[in-house]
Write a protein that binds this ligand. Structure first.
Ligand SMILES: [Ca+2]
Ligand SMILES: [Ca+2]
Ligand SMILES: [Ca+2]
Length: 374
């Protein structure tokens, strides 16, 4: 998590050693307390915050500044912001003997509290950018398919193509990290067909309603395993025809998303801006391809924490459960978010399934567990 999300506090005392004081009796001000107990702070829009620094004397001139603009000359300041953002509040108190000052940094956030009208299901599509795949540019791999997964899941289904292909989506309220699992993402997995996708989550820190804030991965069961490659990067080149799609990765490997006879068209997404090549980055899960007793290719399930993955809960839910508290930053450190406004899902395996085509995560929708009927 970036430092700017933390409340920063620094205080100091300045002695007027060189000044010629008229008032020999003024008590040198000493700051006993900054006025706030916690050393980190996020304030929700609509809430106010009173700051009362504790100083050893009352004989002082006070000055408060918010983002360098003078706002008060009282001993106590009540901060009552009317917009989200990061605010620097400065406090200074002085007399003829010296001065004390403090600086506070406060991040004001807007949480869209759920109401009786809130939908349990996805309401916004922000971006759909699949990696090359057999369903891309046809049924299940067009923008209209991405739109079809909004609302209550019915038959809508969208494919994300090979590794890295993603979709970003939103709810009409902020999902709060409650006890246990918080939301479900629906897929089309079945026993032997786990085409795992990773979920990333984001809070609308800048309050603009757009998914343009920092993303955090929800660490699933494989996250800390040796076979997992973090910061994996793959670049696909557009063949601009019905032909194998070449790729290179940052591990020194090359390969192809191979065409098959059932999908006779270009597999590279023709509706995205990047029409020569595209690079995706993310966490690469271990290759889960195997064969069953009949000799057929299967994709074995991972334990927990992935989309389109036949984990324990899948048979009953037709989806996978996620807990916001699994969020980690890009160093793998736990992150505490005020909530989740946006989710992003990407295909997290890079597997050529032979006759099955490339492994690609599919999604049918998502739901806030707290709003589902028991
Ligand atoms: Ca939770
Ligand atoms: Ca935003
Ligand atoms: Ca699937």
């Amino acid at each position: 998590m970036k430092l700017k999300y933390y409340f920063l506090l620094s205080c100091s005392i300045l002695f007027f050693l060189t000044s010629c004081s008229d008032d020999e009796d003024a008590v040198l001000p000493v700051l006993n307390s900054s006025g706030l107990e916690k050393n980190e702070l996020e304030l929700k829009l609509g809430e106010s915050l009173s700051i009362s620094p504790k100083i050893n004397t009352d004989d002082l001139d006070y000055q408060w500044l918010v983002n360098d603009k003078a706002v008060s000359n009282e001993a106590t300041y009540t901060f009552n912001p009317d917009a989200v953002g990061t605010y620097t509040i400065k406090f200074n108190a002085s007399n003829s003997s010296g001065s004390v000052d403090c600086q506070y940094q406060i991040v004001v956030i807007k949480v869209r509290t759920k109401t009786d009208e809130s939908s349990a299901y996805l309401t916004s599509l922000f971006e759909y950018k699949p990696a090359p795949g057999q369903f891309v540019n046809e049924g299940y791999g067009l923008m209209k398919d991405a739109e079809a997964i909004l609302g209550k899941p019915k038959y809508g289904l969208v494919s994300l193509g090979g590794f890295g292909g993603y979709i970003s989506l939103g709810f009409d309220h902020t999902l709060i990290d409650e006890e246990g699992d918080d939301f479900i993402v629906y897929g089309n997995a079945f026993k032997g067909s786990s085409e795992a996708g990773i979920v990333m989550v984001s809070f609308d820190y800048n309050g603009n309603g757009k998914a343009d804030d920092a993303w955090f991965e929800l660490a699933g069961s494989e996250y800390n395993k040796d076979e997992v490659i973090h910061n994996y990067e793959i670049t696909y080149t557009n063949p601009k025809t019905y032909a194998d799609v070449p790729w290179t990765d940052n591990q020194g490997n090359t390969g192809f998303v191979k065409i098959n006879d059932w999908h006779e068209h270009n597999y590279y997404p023709e509706f995205i801006d990047e029409q020569d090549e595209i690079t995706f980055t993310g966490t690469l899960l271990p290759n889960n391809k195997g064969t069953n007793d009949m000799g057929w290719i299967v994709y074995n399930e991972f334990e927990k924490g992935y989309v389109d993955n036949y984990s324990e809960e899948y048979a009953e839910l037709k989806g996978n459960k996620f807990d916001i508290s699994w969020a980690v930053n890009n160093k793998g450190e736990k992150v505490k978010l005020p909530g989740v406004d946006f989710i992003k899902v990407y295909t997290a395996v890079n597997i050529d399934g032979g006759i099955l085509g490339e492994a690609s995560t599919e999604i049918m929708g998502a739901a806030d567990i707290s709003l589902l009927e028991e």
